[in-house]
Design a protein around this ligand. Structure first.
Ligand code: BTN
Length: 318
């Protein structure tokens, strides 16, 4: 009921009477009042006007389970497991998935004590500023295709950022979201599978949202939406926008069984497309011209002699 009342308050420009809320949820005035008081204690500015009812004054950057759920529009994120602080949302999501949590369950946290990046790196996770979330998925696809979900997630984050802030960041293959050449978001996809099928996939997304300053060691390579736009973002709204876009692209991906329907939108938003890139592979390093991705999400790189190489993984520098 708390989520529903919050949703109603957000959707309504006018005051909603206590009477109306009582009738809608079949509860007493005291019960409604208790929920309103809880919301006020969480930081919502709810005005109670005599003979008129309740009115939400402005949307502020509150991160709670109720807040996130009240913003969700689709199936992804309908169930939210929220923590003020957690070791890592990916680790928590994996534990929940092992216990049977359903596809579309979202784990989110205000801060992470052991945020994890790719290649064993850590991920900066201060409180009150950024987005740390992990989505549990149970796709009926071959394990070999799971890495494609990372590219699907990158598209979703890019779209979500654009729709909420108006900023149009680009994707650095395979899954970094970049603005002014610096990283805004990182994605860490992990899975549990056996040869024939996937038990679950966890897609972990970290977005630098309202952080004003980065530690010296990443200042040249990392940025935030605040630094890029000069404005603060309500994180729950961005989470909902990313999940809505994710659900859309995920359906396209699952219905086709690969990325063929997403190639053009991905290539359009990929910073590397048409540019000279340096590929750093464990076996060595080479340069070529990035042509775009194929239906498997591989990066097609044209070598000086015309040969086109399919890059599966590895670091790409522009
Ligand atoms: C990268 O190295 O680019 C990937 C970073 C992924 C960070 C996110 S934050 C939410 C989720 N939980 C983690 O511990 N990592 C991912």
């Amino acid at each position: 009921m708390k989520t529903e009342i919050l949703k109603l308050l957000k959707e309504s420009d006018e005051s909603i009477s206590g009477q109306e809320l009582c009738q809608r949820f079949h509860v007493s005035r005291t019960a409604v009042w208790k929920v309103i008081r809880q919301l006020q204690e969480e930081g919502y500015q709810i005005e109670a006007v005599r003979n008129k009812g309740y009115h939400l004054l402005e949307s502020c950057d509150i991160m709670t389970k109720t807040e996130i759920e009240s913003c969700i529009r689709g199936q992804f994120g309908r169930v939210v497991d929220f923590h003020e602080s957690i070791d890592s949302t990916n680790l928590r999501a994996r534990r929940l998935a092992e216990e049977g949590a359903g596809s579309g369950t979202l784990v989110a946290a205000d801060t992470q004590e052991a945020g994890r990046g790719r290649r064993g790196r850590s991920w900066i996770s201060p409180p009150g500023k950024n987005i740390f979330m992990s989505l549990i998925l149970r796709p009926d696809i071959l394990p070999a295709k799971a890495s494609m979900l990372t590219l699907v997630a990158a598209l979703a984050v890019r779209d979500g950022i654009e729709s909420v802030t108006g900023l149009s960041p680009v994707i650095k293959w395979p899954n970094d979201i970049v603005s002014s050449g610096k990283k805004l978001c990182g994605i860490l996809t992990e899975m549990s599978a056996e040869l024939e099928g996937i038990h679950y996939v966890v897609v972990g997304i970290g977005i630098n949202v309202n952080l004003e300053e980065f530690p010296q060691e990443v200042r040249d390579t990392a940025t935030s939406l605040f630094l890029e736009t000069g404005g603060k973002v309500v994180r729950s709204q961005l989470i909902a926008a990313v999940l809505e876009a994710f659900e859309h692209y995920y359906e396209e991906f699952i219905s086709q069984g690969d990325l063929s329907r997403l190639i053009s939108v991905y290539n359009k938003n990929m910073v590397n497309a048409g540019k000279e890139v340096r590929i750093l592979e464990p076996t060595g390093e080479y340069k070529g011209r990035a042509l775009g991705i194929n239906e498997k999400g591989e990066l097609l790189v044209e070598m000086p002699d015309g040969e086109v190489r399919h890059v599966i993984s590895g670091e790409v520098s522009v």
